[in-house]
Design a protein around this ligand. Sequence first.
Ligand code: UD1
Ligand code: MG
Length: 450
Amino acid sequence: MLTAIILAAGEGKRMKSDRTKVLHKVAGTTMISRIVSAMRLSSSVHSIYVVASPNNAQSLEHELQSESLVQIVVQKEALGTAHAVQSVPLNDITTSHVLVMNGDHPLIEASDVGELFQNYEKNNLPHALVGCELEFPEHYGRLKIDTKSRLTKVVEFKDATDDEKKINLINTGIYIFEKEGLEKSISKVQPSSVTNEYYLTQLVELLQPHFGVIVGAPHLAHGVNTPDALMQAQSFVFQKKATQLLNEGVRVWDPLHCYVEPQVKLEADVELQPGVFLSGSTSVGFGTLIESGVRISNSSIGPKSHIKAYSVIEDSELEAENSVGPMAHLRSKTTLQAKVHIGNFVETKKSLFKKEAKCGHHSYIGDATIGERANIGAGTITCNYAADKKKYETKIGNDVFVGTDTKFIAPVEIGNNAITAAGSTITKDVPEKALAVARARQKNIENYHK
Ligand code: UD1
Ligand code: MG
């Protein structure tokens, strides 16, 4: 079994951001949460330490509060990756092995951890780092291999000679150590003469000849030090999801412009036009068409629905065969039963539309229940927010016909089959089957034009 140590105390200056580096998001999830959940989901990991800085410890604590296996330790000063490992009470670790990795490699998954540990065990060396051969090795540390194919040294890019910079085999910053060897040698690391930092990579030399290389998949090598690298990581995650969806029978029109977070669930024959964003706990049932520019978060969309261009749906539940948009905004706790139609420029919030209700144009429906087959005319507003700063409900029965430009001053209830005349401001309940007219009578003044 492994104890994982994730290093996240670096200043992350190259990100040019106020936010601490590992709290930048990749496809909706922070880098640190992605790594921690890869560790938690791997059956090889027993417990997890995250090394934080005095500045980011509180925000990391907050971000990881629901992660039971995690303990946060603080590195008082960012003096380098080896110094960061020294902040962990290695003495308390009960597993025989320790995996150390940088908190800025967000593409690792649980299956990678298991695979790396298996490869480590085949290697028969007490310590190993994960290396990777890259066509463009950029600023990563280079692995120096001797004539007997043994790893002798990691040279940091900053310290490398021109010849060393030509080496394509790089350090991913993922290591597996025998716990005892790590504990004995970590305090022996000396600061770099160039940067004065304590490099974890110096252990390769200190633990000679017991240090091997495990070759890892290229996504493990992707470290995020700059905004550009963050966006590359995000594209990788979105494109991987798009490929998976295509294999599962989802019609992704343009996999390069498909922004579906990994945990989102889509059934076969869902069709995604370019530029759709699906996030959080969203699910979409079979045969639903989602047009360009739609954003859906934490919502379930039933089968055979049609979500038209540029609509936004948040924290809502839609049953089957609904049609929404274009440019509709379904805010939190909107529920649509089957075959509801919500048209353009309609905003809804905390409202239930029963089956086959229609609200086609320019309306605000909040804190409301709309009955079956009710027809809500253009420009209808539920006036749910009163001067006492409380919200009140509007209840509209089955088969009600709401005339254009009706205002409902909540709380108010409209009986089944009632009708409101266009332009009415409804302040009183309306009985079943009644016609409510609440507007000034028209007066024509003859010969007014001079
Ligand atoms: C590091 C490796 C390099 C490797 C690369 C892979 C070292 C010395 N170099 O370089 O060989 O190719 O990762 O991406 O390890 N951190 C702390 N405390 C510190 C300094 C850093 O916790 O005092 C954390 C950072 O938050 C980061 C990680 O350690 O998550 C790596 O630090 P970073 O500065 O990104 O190192 P690289 O230059 O990327
Ligand atoms: Mg880095």
